[in-house]
Write a protein that binds this ligand. Structure first.
Ligand code: HEC
Ligand code: HEC
Length: 222
């Protein structure tokens, strides 16, 4: 038997050697294909035009020109940290942040599109907001800067920064954000609908009045 197959086996062996030689040569080169390059220009187009073919609405229709939403329940996105925007778009696709509107859209976006739109939004400058309620501004400021000692609520500034600029990637920018949106998020953290260990602990210790006061102060932060 050996004598019959040996030329074949021999050539097979040679072929295998050739294959393994090629493979080991390949191993020396970087094997994985280059990751798609993040393209803010593509993000800008997606933001302004959406994609009618997929039924994806333009982000601008809700989040405003340049990410400066004028509708108070829709967050301003301008200048928000790139990694944070990306993370939220991913969170919307999971149980961490199930929200009827954004969960639908976030699931339609590819990973590359999430990166692109985040990379564009961070380049946009946020329009400042303003505090509206003179009666609660002192309470809001006290909570933001010093927390609520008797309830063990830490100062918001310790994570979100003295001016509300946040600390990339983990701690989002809050300054200038709409009061209504901030109050709503604190409520969602308290209810556990939006998940974050840090923010759940904090929001659960706060009353509605305290949330409103700090949200109003945050809107006026620059
Ligand atoms: C129909 C209105 C609407 C459209 C269109 C829309 N959004 Fe939103 N978006 C919202 C609302 C409302 C929220 C707040 C969700 C919540 O309460 O958690 C939100 C939240 C977000 C957040 C979270 C921001 C934060 O600070 O945590 C991101 C990021 C976002 N949207 C990106 C986009 C992008 C990108 C598009 C376009 C592909 C888009 N949105 C289209 C209404 C919209
Ligand atoms: C220990 C650090 C820490 C402190 C203190 C803290 N936060 Fe946060 N906050 C976070 C983190 C982390 C997130 C992001 C959660 C996520 O990834 O969804 C966040 C998110 C938020 C958001 C959501 C922003 C958005 O655009 O979606 C709001 C609003 C907020 N915090 C308000 C506050 C307020 C008001 C205080 C003070 C009462 C406060 N935070 C104190 C860590 C903190």
């Amino acid at each position: 038997m050996n004598s019959v197959f040996s030329p074949f086996v021999k050539s097979l062996f040679v072929a295998l050697l050739a294959v393994s030689a090629t493979a080991s040569a390949d191993d020396k080169k970087p094997a994985q294909p280059a990751a798609p390059k993040i393209d803010p220009a593509k993000g800008a187009t997606l933001y302004t035009d959406g994609d009618a073919a997929r039924g994806l609405p333009a982000c601008v229709s809700c989040h405003g020109a340049g990410g400066n939403s004028t509708i108070t329940v829709n967050p301003k996105l301008a200048g928000q940290h790139e990694g944070y925007i990306y993370k939220q778009l991913v969170n919307f696709t999971t149980a961490d942040r199930n929200q009827p509107v954004m969960t639908t859209y976030a699931k339609m976006l590819t990973d590359e599109e999430k990166h692109n739109v985040a990379a564009w939004l961070v380049t946009q400058s946020a329009k400042p907001g303003a505090a509206k309620n003179k009666d609660t501004i002192e309470l809001g400021k006290k909570i933001y800067r010093g927390g609520i000692a008797e309830k063990n609520v830490p100062a918001c500034a310790s994570c979100h920064g003295a001016s509300g600029a946040g600390i990339p990637v983990q701690y989002p920018r809050l300054s200038g954000q709409h009061q209504d949106y901030t109050v709503a998020q604190l409520g969602l953290f308290k209810a556990g609908t939006r998940k974050s260990v840090e923010m759940a602990t904090i929001a659960k210790r706060m009353s509605d009045e305290e949330m409103k006061a700090v949200a109003d102060y945050v809107a006026g932060l620059k």
